[in-house]
Design a protein around this ligand. Structure first.
Ligand code: G
Ligand code: G
Ligand code: MN
Ligand code: NA
Length: 254
């Protein structure tokens, strides 16, 4: 059977799992939020399939809309379960372009938060620049409304898409997540560090909070701190974790 056919059965068969990767406040060293990252364990397919493979496939077949609804439900449920244990964290979900153009996407998000007794601050959304640049007025207006309610909106993988800095001002976003390719060779390579520093400066001038992605070494973490980057996410701190592993880490760092 094709991967696509397997993917179609995966929702009913409960083959998806959300992992959570913490975001650390670089000043305090505490976990302030986390990103929900989808994993697929095909029941009959043996090997796990990377989201870099199955997300684009799901986007082509529109199955991403159903998957996205599952992710949203799951993330809301997890925030609530954590709150009951005294773990107060925002969970950010990744949203595909195909999901956003569903006319009821934001009504669903509001309803999902409400039915779990959550506030707008409890669930954030991550969008790539390319999604924002192609978004029509309806989507931009809906995003503005979400932002006004207090929803944290992050630009994901910042710097590798269109990256028109002048656009940035018009988008209702709160956080810039700098793509990990920029940090990879900074601070040792002058070219990469110049780009890192330029992005951080522009972001801060526009009152955006900065998240460094792909922080893998102490040196990179120190460098981000020197640049006054607010938050960091990466293997140095933790890879995407199961709920149990996340709770254990949270207990150690809070
Ligand atoms: O977790 P990993 O780095 O392998 O993810 C690969 C890609 O899949 C990333 O670009 C990430 O944003 C995307 N991704 C992970 N989980 C989700 C999800 O729940 N929904 C969508 N739309 N994309 C996701
Ligand atoms: O595109 P997006 O930023 O949503 O993708 C997140 C992906 O990046 C996750 O699949 C996660 O596994 C991966 N990731 C997270 N931290 C690191 C890191 O420090 N180094 C590398 N190479 N990948 C990372
Ligand atoms: Mn992301
Ligand atoms: Na990213």
């Amino acid at each position: 059977r094709t991967l696509s056919a397997q993917l179609h059965e995966s929702l009913v068969n409960n083959e998806f799992e959300l992992l959570y990767q913490p975001q650390f406040d670089l000043m305090t060293g505490t976990i302030t939020a986390c990103e929900a990252l989808l994993r697929w364990h095909p029941a009959h397919g043996g090997e796990n399939v990377s989201p870099a493979v199955f997300i684009p496939l799901a986007e082509r077949t529109d199955l991403i809309v159903q998957i996205g609804r599952w992710v949203m439900q799951q993330a809301c449920g997890q925030v609530k379960r954590w709150q009951k244990k005294g773990i107060n964290l925002r969970v950010d979900i990744n949203v595909s372009a195909r999901e956003l153009v569903e006319p009821d996407y934001f009504a669903r998000l509001d309803a999902c938060r409400l039915s779990h007794g959550l506030t707008p601050q409890d669930i954030g959304i991550e969008l790539t620049e390319n999604i924002l640049i192609k978004a029509d007025n309806d989507v931009l207006e809906a995003l503005k409304q979400q932002r006004q309610k207090g929803v944290e909106i992050s630009i994901d993988d910042f710097g590798v898409g269109y990256s028109s800095l002048s656009y940035l001002r018009q988008f209702p976003v709160s956080h810039l997540k700098i793509d990990r390719t920029f940090l990879k060779d900074a601070p040792s390579k002058a070219y990469d560090s110049a780009l890192m520093e330029a992005i951080v400066n522009v972001g801060h001038k526009l009152d955006l909070l900065i998240v460094a992605e792909g922080v893998e070494t102490e040196e990179q973490a120190r460098y981000c701190k020197e640049l006054k980057v607010e938050y960091a996410q990466g293997y140095l701190f933790a890879k995407p974790l199961t709920v149990d592993a996340f709770e254990a880490l949270f207990a150690k760092t809070s």
